[in-house]
Design a protein around this ligand. Structure first.
Ligand code: GTP
Ligand code: MG
Length: 312
């Protein structure tokens, strides 16, 4: 995934000091350091203040694409910087073309429009990015971290069952390669669920922004004891996703730990799938990391992968 994009306005004061102000950034949670802003501005000036050209600044293992346009008054200019993650660096030509092909549209707008519509421009770089972001969210102890570890870290499910990984705190980010694609994984804390679906909360944006795949995890006991809450939480996730995540993002529900079901329970659990699919239009699958049943988890992940490829 591209790391972020910003517009920096540089104006020269009467004492010839350059003042740099960040006018807009995407994603909203993207925080660019003052040091990098300074570096970008310096780099631009040192390369002869070339306007209307895409310049490349290496920054650690990242690459910053720098484009500058002169603004009406001669005392200021704007720099657009697109920061590419190490994984995107090999595709830089694609991103350079995207800047060149879309910059005129951005500068057709007046200043205020340009700053407020910067998101539309910046989104181009994110949808073109070859990677996906996947969010695990749901009930405490439902098995999110165990699922993540058995699929992506290839950890032995038996030892995950025997030695619990302990509760997750906050949002934990990872990057993996998954069938030739890179995937950013966010594992979230079940105890902090409410903060991720609370409108206007910074954690809500951090969790859902840019998430292409959202996996909602609850276990068979949650369903047995508090099915209304299972549905209610899912409704909250749906509305948060609609407000924050990319338009073609998708939610999947995992009814986990089916190894804990007794025979009579097995018959009734099938209702979950019906209810979630019929009433909320959310695909639901059953899963478990218990060795005899782990094929159910692999199957669920495979379905998501196929579905995601179709949507690209
Ligand atoms: N029986 C059974 N237990 C499981 C399964 N998957 C995970 N567990 C157990 O469930 C407990 C909680 O698992 P975690 O993966 O930590 O759950 P979590 O959803 O990440 O929990 P939080 O981080 O607190 O939100 C652990 O003791 C796991 O061993 C499963 O398929 N079947
Ligand atoms: Mg966890």
């Amino acid at each position: 995934m591209t790391l972020g994009a910003v517009i920096i306005e540089n104006s020269v004061s009467e004492e010839f000091n350059v003042k740099s102000v960040i006018k807009s950034s995407y994603p909203k949670s993207f925080k660019i350091s003052r040091g990098l802003v300074h570096k970008i501005t310096q780099f631009f000036m040192q390369s002869g203040s070339k306007l209307n050209e895409v310049l490349e600044l290496t920054y650690g293992d990242k690459l910053v694409l720098v484009y500058s346009q002169e603004i009406d008054s001669d005392q200021s200019n704007e720099i657009i910087a697109i920061i590419l993650s190490p994984m995107e660096v090999p595709n830089k030509i694609k991103f350079i073309d995207l800047i060149k092909n879309n910059i005129d549209n951005l500068y057709k707008q007046d200043k205020q429009e340009r700053f407020s519509n910067f998101e539309t421009f910046a989104r181009l770089f994110f949808s073109e990015s070859t990677s996906k972001k996947l969010l695990f969210i749901g009930f405490p102890s439902a098995g999110k971290t165990s699922i993540k570890k058995s699929i992506f870290d290839k950890e032995d499910p038996k030892s995950l069952l025997e030695n619990s990984v302990g509760p997750t705190r906050g949002l934990v980010h990872f990057i993996y390669s998954w069938f030739n694609a890179s995937v950013g994984i966010v594992d979230s804390s079940g105890q902090e669920f409410d903060s991720y679906v609370m409108d206007g909360n910074e954690e809500q944006i951090r969790a859902f922004e840019g998430s292409d795949i959202i996996i909602y995890v609850f276990d068979v006991i949650n369903w047995k004891e508090e099915s209304e809450k299972v549905i209610d939480n899912l409704k909250k996730i749906i509305s948060t996703k609609n407000a924050i995540s990319p338009p073609n993002s998708k939610i999947y529900a995992f009814c986990h730990k089916i190894d804990l079901l007794s025979d009579p329970d097995r018959k009734s659990i099938i209702k979950v799938k019906e209810i979630l699919e019929r009433d909320l239009n959310i695909k639901a699958t059953f899963s478990s990391i218990q060795p005899e049943l782990i094929h159910t988890l692999f199957r669920s992940m495979e379905l998501i992968l196929k579905d995601t490829r179709k949507r690209r």
